[in-house]
Each structure stands twice: as C-alpha cells, then as structure tokens.
Design a protein around this ligand. Structure first.
Ligand SMILES: C[S@@+](CC[C@H](N)C(=O)[O-])C[C@H]1O[C@@H](n2cnc3c(N)ncnc32)[C@H](O)[C@@H]1O
Length: 346
C-alpha cells in the first residue's frame, strides 16, 4: 500500500498577463473572488470565463412587469442572471421555478444563487427540459410569467471540454446534457451524406451543405477521425479553400457547428413542444418572453405567437422583435444576434 500523502495539485497559473486557455483563467473562473478583474474583462467587451452575461434584461423586465407574490418560470436558467433579476421583484410571497438541462452548470448556479440568499423557499431549481413544461406546471400551478432565453450559455461555449466552439480544441460533443443522447462525433459516424446535407441546410441555411457533408463523410470513410472540434473545422476549411475568403469559411464553420448542435440536442423539437404547451401553462393575462438567436428559432416563435393570436389564445403579441440596444451589442458582441418576442395569454 502506498501511504504517501498525495501532493496538492498546483493551481493553474496565468501565462503572462493575457491567459489564452480556459484553464489558465483561474481568476475569471472564480468571479466572486476577483471582482476587479471581472469588471475589466467586461469593460473590454468580453465575457469572463465561467460566466454568462444576460441579454436584453431591461427590455424583458419592462415587459414581464413582475409583481410580489407572483409565480414564474425561468425555462433556461444558465448562469442565473435573468433569474436573479426576476427574484428582486417577486418578494414578498412570490416564487420562481427555474430549469435547465445542463447537469454541470445547474448545481453551480443553484449554489451561487443560494449564497446570495435565494434558497428553495423562493427559488426551486430542477434539471428539466422545457419541452416538458406541462409536467412542470403540474407541480408549480399555472404561471404568471415565463422566460426562455434559447440556445447555449457562455459557460458552455467557452469550456473546451464541452466541444461547442471550433476556436479551441475539444471533443466534438455539442450536447447541453452530455449524460444523455449522442455526441456530434458519434452522430457523424452513422449519418448518411444526404441526411447530413439536409441537416446543414435545414438547421442553418448552409449554402455549401452538399460539398461539406460529402467531404466530412468521405474523410471518415477513409479512416480519418473527426472526433474533435479542430478536426471538423479543418475539413470545412479545406473543402471551402476555393472561396479564398476567411470570413466566409468562418461563417460556414459557425453554421455547421450550430446545425449539429441543434440536431444532437433536438432543439427544434423541444422548442416546438414548448411553444405548443405554453398557453395552457399560463394564467389569463400571463406573460411570456422568448429570446432567440438564429432564424430557425425566431421563425418558430413568431409563427406560434401569431397563429395563437389569430385563434384568440393570446390577446397580444409583439409585431416585430425587439433587438438589443446599440450599447448592449457593442459592450457584449454575443448579444448581437438576439431577437426578443413576447405574448400575453387572453
Ligand atoms: C442562453 S443560456 C441562458 C442564460 C440565462 N438566461 C442567464 O441569464 O444566465 C441558455 C440555457 O438554456 C439551456 N437550455 C437549452 N435548451 C434547453 C431545454 N430544452 N430545456 C431546458 N434548458 C435548456 C442551456 O443549457 C443553457 O444553459
């Protein structure tokens, strides 16, 4: 038996003053201990590692008009920024339920919000999919307000182990809940060229879908592994070299990663089911706010809100989406593609 006391692992150190790797950013990964460093990173228009900057907070809060004693649902908890803002208006007597599918970030956010004084008496957090909003409402009762801030959080994007970004090497995973379903790398091993092309086109309007799908799957068939974010990026870069346009190639990479993410998480299926069940989850006069980040999401939200408005199920819906202010888009580039839509139950 080895009785040696294990050495305490050394803390990852900043490499000079500008750490590049996620693990080196130990200050940013502990935002509560390094408030000044965090403020500097945000001032530079960046999102500190391990954090998420909530989008359109003022616009959403102005619409939701949350009052003490109400019951609401944050359907996409993430870092908890929107939840925190909602909680300020709910006391006394109000309750917020918050859900997320991410099994890693959810407990962190629960601890962070509990440390700020929001325990289970006012805030109940559960790992659930918003497609099951009907089951959630069976537990909470009808809701006065619901927020869904779709897509991925900055913590998920920036963590190389999650495989959401081709800027950093990591396993090609892309699952919001890596404990269930198939990773994107596994999907690529079994999918047909036709289905992959369809997926790039339908999920992300990728104009080069056919040649990218063929190139990716012929590499795999020839025995070249495409198991990491950089390996997939390389194939797309090689395939689109003829464009001679770095920006276009980067956009194609973004679209292909997004299309795979949508597929492995069944994002459209979950959103459709959520939108269909929403009206039955709200009290009369209940308010719902949805933030979307690409046309596939926004089209679904718009179509559902407008058709349920025509049927008289919603009494009011926004005609054109609200966009983040110029200041917000400038200070947080990740807000740029956001579109905010709302509806009020009749
Ligand atoms: C943009 S982030 C939310 C950020 C949050 N509003 C904040 O202020 O920190 C989106 C979150 O929604 C979660 N999510 C995505 N699809 C989901 C689904 N179908 N059900 C529940 N959570 C989901 C993701 O895991 C991610 O944490």
């Amino acid at each position: 038996m080895n009785d040696e006391i294990p050495k305490t692992p050394r803390r990852t150190r900043y490499n000079g003053t500008h750490p590049k790797s996620f693990k080196e950013k130990y200050k940013e990964l502990k935002p509560e201990q390094y408030a000044e460093d965090i403020a500097k990173v945000i001032e530079q228009g960046r999102t500190p590692a391990g954090m998420h900057r909530s989008i359109c907070v003022t616009e959403i809060m102005e619409f939701l008009k949350i009052m003490p004693g109400q019951t609401g649902l944050d359907a996409t908890l993430g870092y908890g920024g929107h939840s925190l803002e909602m909680l300020k208006y709910l006391a006394p007597g109000g309750h917020l339920f918050a859900i997320d599918v991410d099994p890693f970030e959810l407990p962190r956010t629960r601890d962070r919000l509990a440390a700020l004084g929001f325990g289970p008496d006012v805030l109940v957090i559960k790992k659930r999919n918003f497609s099951d909003i009907d089951q959630i409402v069976a537990e909470t009762g009808l809701l006065d307000f619901v927020l869904a801030d779709l897509g991925v959080s900055s913590m998920q994007i920036d963590n190389p182990e999650r495989g959401f970004s081709f800027k950093i090497e990591g396993p090609l995973d892309l699952r919001l809940n890596p404990k269930s379903g198939k990773s994107a790398a596994t999907l690529l091993k079994t999918i047909s060229v036709q289905k992959l092309e369809e997926l790039f086109t339908q999920n992300s309007d990728e104009p080069h879908a056919e040649i990218i799908a063929k190139a990716v799957l012929s590499k795999i068939a020839a025995g070249t592994a495409i198991a990491t974010t950089k390996q997939l990026q390389e194939v797309i870069k090689e395939t689109l070299e003829f464009l001679n346009n770095k920006d276009e190639v980067k956009k194609a990479c973004q679209r292909c990663f997004q299309a795979l993410r949508i597929e492995v998480n069944d994002e459209f299926g979950a959103l459709d089911s959520f939108l269909e069940k929403l009206p039955d989850s709200l009290v009369s006069g209940g308010r719902v706010a949805i933030l979307s980040f690409h046309s596939g999401e926004d089209r679904r939200v718009k179509k559902s809100f407008q058709s349920l408005f025509r049927e008289g199920i919603y009494s009011e819906v926004i005609a054109n989406p609200i966009r983040p202010s110029a200041e917000e888009s400038h200070s947080n580039p990740r807000a740029r593609s956001a579109k905010f839509r709302w509806a009020i139950k009749a």
